[in-house]
Design a protein around this ligand. Structure first.
Ligand code: ATP
Ligand code: MG
Length: 332
């Protein structure tokens, strides 16, 4: 069975984009605990300005939400990245495999470096090297598939390149993974700026639907979504009509339809927005309810994470030890 690995950063509250693009695939793909690993990648949250107490709080909240979304410790391994040292051990070997040039080409590095400079902060070195740590996250487990949103495609490509290069130079060590994306909503756009990806780290933006938003808040955000000018009616055209296409994608992802076919059923934007709002509220309702139950017992969540880390460590250690030997380090 192909092993899968994926992660989420505790940089903000989880969004509808995180859920439709990534988390829902994880829930659907769960198999045996050793074959499906999901990780709160807290070290990645330190690559930008951060408040220590908030990262800690968001890490537990992300884990609680993943359980609420349907991940079960009986069918997957859920853990926190910083609890398993193998990730950083392997990252160094991969830094010795990657080049400065290929990291500087990463689109997300360029975007987030601009944001950091704009905020008057320096660009942390870890922001540049973060895709290498992400490659280590994946390669340490020999994962074959990485279910992620479309924005992570380039990072998974880099992971593949590093795995192939390492294998060629030092002998076969790593499985070469591939990214898998959902058929619709692989890139949910911001409701106020449908040319930008919906992202959890952009603060409390009116264009971002958070998984724990109250139904009234969800409705308000969707009803105020920016639609496209012109009177072409409701048509599915991602390039020409990004606002409407985004709403159709969300509706299709929530109801199981096809976005282009759904467009035919609407004469105007108002009815479309009302249906999108209700569909999102219904998808989020069980998640919010389950989250409230689980959040009442944080010790139980911590227990799941501790057991997950122990399992993850046992899987990663032999792979990382093999890489240490292959690259030329003397065994201790
Ligand atoms: P940040 O702004 O801090 O990068 P983020 O919302 O992009 O936050 P990540 O933790 O980077 O969240 O990504 C977690 C997963 O969610 C990844 O698989 C990513 O591809 C996916 N994802 C993030 N945003 C979207 C989106 N707008 N649409 C679809 N998938 C998304
Ligand atoms: Mg991101």
């Amino acid at each position: 069975m192909t092993r899968i690995f994926s992660g989420i950063k505790p940089t903000g509250h989880l969004t509808l984009g995180n859920y439709l693009g990534a988390v829902r695939q994880w829930v659907e793909a769960e198999h045996q605990p050793d074959d499906a690993l999901f990780c709160v990648v807290d070290l990645h949250a330190l690559t930008v300005e951060h408040d220590p107490a908030r990262v800690r709080r968001l890490s537990r909240q992300a884990a609680t939400l993943l359980l609420a979304a349907g991940l079960s410790p009986d069918r997957c391994t859920l853990f926190v990245q910083s609890h398993v040292d193998e990730h950083t051990r392997l990252a160094y070997l991969l830094e010795c495999t990657a080049t400065d040039g290929e990291l500087r080409r990463m689109v997300q590095y360029k975007e987030k470096a601009v944001q950091a400079r704009g905020a008057g902060a320096g660009v942390r070195l870890s922001l540049l090297t973060y895709p290498v740590l992400m490659a280590a996250d994946i390669l340490a487990y020999g994962a074959g598939e990485v279910p992620v949103g479309e924005d992570q495609r380039q990072h998974v490509e880099l992971t593949r390149d590093l795995a192939v290069r390492f294998n060629q130079r030092y002998g076969h060590t790593f499985t070469v993974p591939r990214a898998v994306h959902p058929a619709v909503a692989a890139r949910v756009m911001d409701l106020q700026d449908p040319t930008s990806k919906m992202g959890k780290s952009f603060g409390d933006g009116p264009g971002v639907v958070f998984l724990l938003d109250e139904p009234e808040v969800v409705r308000r955000k969707v009803m105020r979504a920016v639609t496209d000018s012109g009177d072409g009616g409701v048509v599915y055209d991602r390039a020409g009509r990004p606002g409407v296409a985004n709403l159709l994608d969300i509706l299709a992802a929530c109801t199981g339809g096809d976005p282009a076919a759904l467009a035919d059923g609407y004469a105007g934007y108002g009815a479309l927005k009302r249906d999108v709002a209700e569909a999102v509220v219904e998808v989020l309702r069980p998640l919010r309810e389950r989250h409230a139950e689980l959040a009442a017992d944080p010790a139980a969540v911590d227990r799941v994470l501790r057991e997950g880390a122990a399992r993850a460590r046992a899987l990663a250690r032999p792979v990382v030890d093999r890489a240490y030997e292959a690259i030329g380090l003397l065994a201790p």
